[in-house]
Design a protein around this ligand. Sequence first.
Ligand code: GDP
Ligand code: IMO
Ligand code: MG
Length: 428
Amino acid sequence: MAAIVLIGAQWGDEGKGKATDLLGGQINWVVRYQGGNNAGHTVVLPSGETFALHLIPSGILTPGVQNVIGNGVVVDPGVLLTELGGLEDRDVDTSGLLISADAHLLMPYHVAIDKVTERFLGNKKIGTTGRGIGPCYQDKIARVGVRVADVLDEKILAQKVEAALELKNQILVKIYNRKALDPAQVVDEVLGQAEGFKHRIADTRLLLNQALERNETVLLEGSQGTLLDVDHGTYPYVTSSNPTAGGAAVGAGIGPNKITTVLGILKAYTTRVGSGPFPTELFDEHGAYLAKTGGEVGVTTGRARRCGWFDAVIARYATRVNGITDYFLTKLDVLSSLDTVPICVAYEVDGERVEDMPMTQTGFHHAKPIYEEMPGWWEDISQCKTFEDLPQNAQNYILRLEELSGAHVSCIGVGPGRDQTIVRRAIV
Ligand code: GDP
Ligand code: IMO
Ligand code: MG
């Protein structure tokens, strides 16, 4: 039996969609275990067609793969139906998609509260995607959430929505000066939407465990990234779930001992969307170069991504907190044509050299990158098929990242396409 966890090692947008798609042909199940439609995963098929997935696992684009939205995910039913419709319009077979009965439903009031809270925070805002993710997880933890299975019992659904709105409407009206939402209207809308996805509701934890017992391969596709994890990330500038590998067992309902491989997706430089500290961020022509050459624009919100050099301190941290066994290094091609490529090997924090993540938020805010300069390369590497095909300086860059990050670089992305990947060591 093999469960593989695939996670972002930085602040998201590392290329998880491409990695899931690459492994698609060798696996039986792909499971999303946390987050919601804050995610934006891009897949470029060999035909050149590009897909952007938000809530639905990237395995949906591989025929024959069973896809699951796990219990740890928050599901906006309107977004789900729109995304399914968009895929079906492009002749993608969505019949294999199942949704955990225990996943939480993201309601219109979560979106409303996300947006007003951000506005209220002003320059202290998190820079959320405005999709209602934080408020939905708040309700889950406060035990006032609505779960997917609740659509199967109209009475329970109505009770839960009424109870939730009793307080939410006070907040919306009295604190934020917004309109109250009518519980009956919310219930009607959800029941209408449920007609489009009811047949997909399943006890997915049972099915996944049975699949593992049959020796099938399960890929747990994380969204966001390690530094956006609510426990291990740059709190409070994080998302409201656990993208880190431990979250995969919880969010899918399998035992951690079923996980045999933890594949970290690592961009050859660093990007971040939204607010929060980012030690290697560049504000000069190099930052503009990475943004332009890497096409660094958010898939979900269209916001420009902040760009910076590779940060080995956070990669080391990601290796440790996730137990990463293999890295998939993406976007190496973006670094071609630089004279030198700096790597942040450590930080200077208040005059001291620090090799590991500072313990406190203040320490991380004060962290200044200490760079090591690697000689660059000018060749177009987008058609390289093996590690040895890469220019020597590109090979040296990878070997140095590997040494600093503490895990083997098993795959290397040299372009957005599925076949633009060098496999040094097979994952499955
Ligand atoms: P995700 O959220 O982790 O799935 O990543 P996104 O899809 O948000 O952003 C990654 C972007 O990089 C997408 O546009 C991918 O098509 C693209 N991409 C992934 N791997 C590579 C690579 O190796 N080279 C290049 N040039 N682009 C890549
Ligand atoms: P993928 O899966 C990059 C960021 C937001 C914000 C913070 C909190 O495509 O890598 P939220 O809406 O989750 O409450 O926002 O997290 N964020 C992402 N950044 N990629 C993502 O997903 C993200 N999902 C959330 O920008 O800073
Ligand atoms: Mg993304």
